[in-house]
Design a protein around this ligand. Sequence first.
Ligand SMILES: C[S@@+](CC[C@H](N)C(=O)[O-])C[C@H]1O[C@@H](n2cnc3c(N)ncnc32)[C@H](O)[C@@H]1O
Ligand SMILES: Nc1nc2[nH]cc(C(=O)O)c2c(=O)[nH]1
Ligand code: SF4
Ligand SMILES: [Mg+2]
Length: 241
Amino acid sequence: MSKIPVMEIFGPTIQGEGMVIGQKTMFVRTAGCDYSCSWCDSAFTWDGSGKSLIKQMEAEEIWHELKRIGGDGFSFVTLSGGNPALLKNLSNLIALLKANHIDIGLETQGSKWQDWFLQIDQLTISPKPPSSGMNTDFAALDTIIHNYIESSTGQISLKVVIFDDEDFLYAKKIHLRYPNLPFYLQVGNDDSKTEDNETLNRQLLNKYVWLINKTIDDHTLKSVKVLPQLHTLIWGNKRGV
Ligand SMILES: C[S@@+](CC[C@H](N)C(=O)[O-])C[C@H]1O[C@@H](n2cnc3c(N)ncnc32)[C@H](O)[C@@H]1O
Ligand SMILES: Nc1nc2[nH]cc(C(=O)O)c2c(=O)[nH]1
Ligand code: SF4
Ligand SMILES: [Mg+2]
């Protein structure tokens, strides 16, 4: 049959980021990424450190696990990773979720397209700024956005994580390229290992203020939302929340 490499399944929790922030949701986090962002808070999905946790699962097994831990208490599932867009056969899971009337969110960086994107209700594309060390393939990004807008009934948004002034300039460039897409700026967490939540929160809130002030002062960023990673403020760097 057709197995999906799963890193973790957790929830119910709340979506801590972007256009559906606060939404009660389950998470399915797949293993493997085509990027290696310097500050990735989920590097265990691709750097080998979480290798022993990867389970090869059928769509039905994933659904059973979601029901086992979430019971009847959810109607939304968020797919993240790693990059779930590496997996063609996620279409099996998506069909199963749809058959059970579950709304689906996807977190991906905009480097790869899959036809099952068209079934996603809330598509979050998160192109990576210079501080990540990654280069944006704008042709791929254009195609993904075009395909989704042409043929899906779901909602799409862009979310750029900001660590420094150069990232902010990159975010402006992205917004000017796709001015009609809902646009989110997100505070970067540059200490995604610490367990000292008090210090972490102080740093993250300071950065949030910095990002808000930069946005207020900027005249090209008119229709934009500035958000923290809510789950990090609440649970710190804890996994599986
Ligand atoms: C771990 S990624 C997985 C999905 C996909 N690979 C992506 O990057 O969009 C999920 C989200 O977390 C964000 N993220 C990763 N590391 C972060 C950090 N240190 N601080 C803030 N956001 C981060 C990413 O930009 C992305 O929007
Ligand atoms: N609560 C919560 N919200 C999230 N939003 C995006 C996440 C991710 O790692 O993709 C994430 C996560 O790991 N937890
Ligand atoms: S694209 Fe996403 S999962 Fe991949 S390395 Fe970057 S932040 Fe991490
Ligand atoms: Mg995360």
